[in-house]
Design a protein around this ligand. Structure first.
Ligand code: NAD
Length: 480
């Protein structure tokens, strides 16, 4: 499978004819190539987007909406093909890709197809001054969308759909680690009748292709999801150029469990919030804090349930935990497990690579549970982004809240309790962009999505995304 760039509705080789390998992580083998695009390819994509902008931004909302709905329908019609491609490219179980990644990618298009028809702006009458103000919300122009490898098509489309719904044209780059479904999306866009140049997908490395997008003087907004260090670099580059920036970055989310919660529901969900997608979801609850009175019981039950998870090839129907995304990432995650003891941690379960029969070179790792004694340890402060969680007990609400907030990140938090006052106190005082109470990853696409502190700047989702992808302009009309 040799991937090409999607520019002006056509599939093009990179100008320099340079390619990089694309791996199938479940068997640890190269199965294709992707363009190693340069700034010349990005310039070509920009030109196509810029040429398409006048017509696209003047299309009626109904026309734009109809095309986005069509993309969504075509994704649904091709669900199996896309889910298989995602599993092969990323290592995630195909069972997960077919119920989460691909349906959600289709929903992203459908949601913003509908949202744009309901989006409105404000007017302010200046009473006594004989004037009325109204705000125009105009598309920005050509915008850049850059996404990571953990939920490849899901996060790619979460940016592209609102950007084009709002009338912008896009130069987008998926992760070089998982480019396949973004490539396939180009075909769907053509079939759905998306005009040429509205969406352009350029493949390649972050430091070259990504860098060319963020540095391009005419790309006026950057929507980025990825690591915190990359986000800081993008901000350093793009902020002095006065680009609009949306940064969705790393997380180290607390999962705070009180004895008064619904135990069975909490336990089942905690297994999922720890290890879904091999723990490679920015929203996974990787720091688990449990009230002392149920700590020993929880530890025993959690280890038992996690030991029942089946690690295997993503294409086996009964696989719960697939392969990690790359060899490099596997080594990074393993390096944290290797320092557990020095950090005062005790491995309660897992910690080792797994050899899967028939897929011996795949990047498999046991789901790993580490008991720690101090929230200041590296395992609790740095984002590992793999199938590794830590456990700690706490005695009081105050202590739990301090532990939960004592980290540089602030993406999401999960709280398990049936106490209403505690729910409200924690909801108000947790320094995160999202708080889930007695659930995890329940998503309503209208809600603001994003993080505080080192987890990012700005919010995606619903009208927040449409506001980001439009420029407000106030018009003040004086009348006699
Ligand atoms: P990454 O930062 O390495 O890469 C993300 C994207 O940025 C890739 O497409 C990459 O090629 C590109 N990139 C890298 N350097 C660049 C540069 N100089 N200029 C422009 N683009 C550049 O992140 P990753 O390893 O792909 O993804 C994992 C990270 O993403 C984790 O930290 C995770 O928490 C985070 N994440 C956050 C959210 C969220 O919503 N907050 C969601 C998913 C993942």
């Amino acid at each position: 499978m040799n991937i090409k760039n999607y520019i002006n509705g056509e599939f093009l080789s990179p100008i320099n004819e340079n390619y990089i390998d694309n791996y199938n992580p479940s068997i640890g083998e190269v199965y294709g190539t992707i363009p190693n695009s340069t700034k010349e390819d990005v310039a070509l994509a920009y030109k196509a987007a810029s040429d398409a902008f006048p017509e696209w931004s003047n299309k009626t909302l109904e026309d734009r909406s109809r095309i986005l709905i069509r993309i969504s329908e075509l994704l649904e019609a091709n669900l199996e093909r896309f889910a298989n491609a995602e599993a092969k490219d990323n290592g995630k179980p195909v069972s997960l890709a077919s119920v989460v990644d691909i349906p959600r990618s289709a929903s992203n298009f459908r949601f913003f197809a509908n949202a744009i028809t309901q989006f409105s702006s404000e007017s302010h009458e200046s009473i006594g001054l004989g004037a009325v103000n109204f705000t125009l919300r105009q598309p920005i122009g050509v915008v850049g969308c850059i996404s990571p490898w953990n939920l490849p098509l899901y996060l790619f489309t979460w940016k592209i759909a609102p950007a084009i719904a709002a009338g912008n044209c896009v130069v987008a780059k998926p992760s070089e680690v998982t480019p396949m479904t973004a490539y396939l999306l180009g075909e769907i866009c053509n079939e759905a009748g998306l005009p040429k140049g509205v969406l352009n997908i350029v493949h390649g490395l972050g430091q070259t292709t990504g860098q060319a997008i963020i540095e391009h003087p005419e790309v006026k907004a950057i929507s980025f999801t990825g690591g915190t260090a990359t986000g800081a670099h993008i901000a350093r580059t793009a902020a002095p150029m006065f680009k609009k920036l949306s940064l969705e970055l790393g997380g180290k989310n607390p999962n705070v469990i009180f004895a008064d919660s619904d135990y069975d529901k909490m336990l089942t969900t905690t297994v999922r919030s720890s290890f879904a997608n091999q723990g490679q979801i920015c929203l996974c609850g990787s720091r688990i804090f449990v009230e002392e009175s149920i700590y020993e019981q929880f530890k025993k039950d959690f280890v038992k349930k996690v030991s029942e998870l089946k690690i295997g090839n993503p294409f086996d129907n009964d696989t719960n935990v697939g392969a990690l995304v790359s060899k490099q990432h596997l080594e990074k995650v393993k390096s944290y497990i290797d320092i557990a003891e020095n950090e005062g941690g005790r491995i309660l379960y897992g910690g080792n690579r797994v050899v899967v029969e028939g897929s011996e070179n795949g990047y498999y790792l046991q789901p790993t549970i580490i008991e720690v004694g101090d929230n200041k340890c590296v395992l609790n402060q740095e984002e590992i982004f793999g199938p590794v969680v830590t456990l700690m007990s706490f005695k009081t609400d105050k202590e739990a809240l301090l532990l939960a907030n004592d980290v540089k990140y602030g993406l999401s938090a999960t709280l398990w309790t049936n106490n209403l006052n505690r729910t409200m106190q924690f909801s108000k005082q947790l320094n995160t962009g999202i708080v889930w109470v007695n659930t995890w990853m329940l998503r309503d696409l209208r809600t603001p999505f994003g993080g505080q502190k080192a987890s990012g700047v700005g919010r995606e989702g619903g009208f927040e995304a449409l506001r980001f992808f439009t420029e407000p302009k106030n018009i003040c009309i004086k009348y006699e």
